[in-house]
Design a protein. Structure first.
Lengths: 384, 384
């Protein structure tokens, strides 16, 4: 059994649901179990563990935040019933790559908190806090579906921006690819599409489903449904991506016209202008339809990220180092995208044969993961 | 303060949510509190209370199930954030009407369980069990959203059909009207529209919202959205009612294409042929769209009720007795509709000025409720 196969088997059962997917929300028992596993792995390697007060964990070879340190790692948290590779592969690979390189290299392995935004709604929350992209107060007040705030889950207000991030020579995050564009085991990221989440509150008038005349209704489910179809059409027309994957209905009863339907629009495009046009057009059409349905629409941007272009020279250098590994963009957001505004940053992708991600069906072969670990070790040696 | 105002104030706070609506699901603490209140009211009037082993409570003046007994009452349970009148008004009115009539009359006051189907999915569950319209085994196995079965909530398998229901001379249920058709304080029901609930499971392929090309998707949210709009259109064209008020999404994450969207279609029409045509047409269009979306649709009828025509002569008699109270149909289902297949049955409606129901905004004036109680007393005297 390879080192990867063995280490992977240790975390595979943690937080696995009957669906085969994972429920590893930030700061819930399965994710806390993975954090304990992280501390154990660090201890086995005599690496010191620190917590940055934002929920991010770091294991260090050398002094914490020593100038010239190369940072790697990823996140443990999952989307609901997500795959096991998205996040944890980058952390497992980091420990195994650390085993392969010269022990004098100064490296840090990070486990960022709440990358998916699956619990508190804002993705890359840990890296945003670390870099000052969100205030500690705002982050502390974010609530999960049970009303628990991030501050409560963390046990206090996060510490926020840590200026020592500037000491880091470079960040390299290894991640499973989430489309089908990568046809060899390992690739290098060029850019992350601009993307965002917009909460759409469709308000109507709750009433009895049996007795209310169709003409008398103010049914927000109609406006919501129209908007789902409009977003899909606009995305197809503009070569962008738009998804409505999360819905909340009040009161959510079979025999009641809803008083409120809340839907989240996830939209992404290759450039910011296209993304803005897409969202503007969806909101315009939805508002027009709300007028016809006698409902009201309020749109709240929950997180909007501009385009991330990773350091082009660095990507080219890594590609050359890895025997001409392909350089490709992605529609998925990552902590590396947030950090790229502050330090030289690169990403390595491991092939995903079906392209499926955020699903129990997500998969990468052991051989490709091992190739990824080799590549990460090579890169850490080169940059450190 | 009138007797009604006083008695109404006793139950008004029970299960009231911040929304102003009620969370009084069957066999949960608020509904159990109302059952205790029911026992207290019965004791104050020296009425004996029995439980039929199905979750239905009865308070008797005279021997339980004595031949010639007139039954009245309604239900305590609510839809999520429903109004306070839908159900409880019929029970409060029953006790106050009992106070007004000759004490030699044999009457029974019923509190039927799970009329809304808000917890276990099948409406009129208590009256269906009592009359044998559902088997005890099937009822026992129904699950709420937390996976608890009706049998577990009840504390055992329900007893099912009670043949003594045939001893009842007549049932009269008083209920708040749920449309705007009643423009005087009190009316008499002519019929309940045929109606039903169909669960629609739209299955697709869960995947990453950011990285999955639009052309590669099998997004069940699209098929769902199309079906919501199609159901609305068909209902308008056929003069029927169709509503999708309840939705469940898996995994319900902002950044994931859903693997499953489950929606419930509530459909009602003035006659069975129209209702069947409506549902057939919605399913046909939805299935066609599923083919285009690369998704799959499975439809499960959860409860379908044929037209209920209340005893025409009885309705005319009550209307005459109540100074020509109007006789009108309703789109709402009621326990009286289930019982009407077995015993002479009538319903009295109390005016609802806005027509709003299944919503915190549901309201009837104290004066109209008092007129309803007078009418119910008159009817109980006449039939007893």
């Amino acid at each position: 059994m390879s080192d990867f196969t063995e280490l992977w088997a240790e975390i595979a059962p943690v937080g696995r649901a009957e669906s085969g997917g994972y429920l590893r929300y930030a700061l819930t028992p399965p994710e806390l179990t993975l954090r304990d596993w992280f501390r154990t792995q660090a201890a086995r390697r005599d690496m010191r563990v620190t917590d940055d007060g934002n929920g991010n964990l770091f294991a260090w070879r050398g002094e914490p935040w020593a100038p010239g340190t190369v940072l790697t790692g990823s996140h443990f948290d999952s989307v609901p019933h997500g795959g096991g590779y998205d996040g944890p592969l980058g952390i497992v690979s980091a420990f195994l790559a650390a085993d392969k390189i010269d022990k004098s290299r100064k490296i840090g392995i990070a486990a960022f908190v709440e990358e998916e935004g699956g619990r508190f709604g804002v993705p890359c929350l840990g890296s945003r806090l670390l870099t000052g992209a969100i205030t500690p107060e705002k982050a502390a007040s974010l609530r999960d579906r049970d009303g628990i705030t991030f501050g409560e889950a963390l046990g206090g207000t996060p510490r926020g921006h840590d200026p020592r991030i500037a000491n880091v020579a470079a960040l390299v995050e290894l991640h499973i690819e989430q489309g089908r564009a990568l046809t060899v085991p390992v690739g290098v990221a060029s850019a992350i599409w601009p993307h965002g989440r917009w909460r759409m509150d469709f308000a109507g008038v709750g009433d009895h489903a049996g007795t209310t005349l169709m003409a008398d209704r103010h049914d927000p489910m109609l406006t919501f449904a129209f908007t789902v179809l409009a977003a899909n059409k606009e995305a197809r027309l503009s070569g962008a991506h738009a998804t409505v994957g999360r819905v909340q209905v009040e009161p959510n009863a079979t025999n009641a016209i809803p008083s409120l339907v809340r839907g989240w629009l996830d939209a992404r495009a290759a450039d910011t202008a296209t993304l803005e046009r897409l969202v503007d057009e969806v909101v315009r059409k939805a508002t027009e339809r709300a007028g016809r349905d006698g409902t009201a629409l309020a749109v709240t941007p929950e997180s909007v990220s501009g385009e991330v272009a990773f350091d082009e020279a660095l990507a080219k250098r890594l590609s050359d180092l890895l025997d001409g590994a392909p350089i490709l963009p992605t529609g998925a957001g990552h902590d590396a995208g947030v950090l790229s505004a502050h330090i030289p940053t690169a990403m390595l992708f491991v092939r995903n044969p079906t392209g499926v991600s955020h699903s129990p069906a997500e998969h990468a072969s052991d051989e490709d993961c091992e190739a990824g670990i080799e590549a990460l070790a090579t890169v850490l040696e080169e940059l450190g």
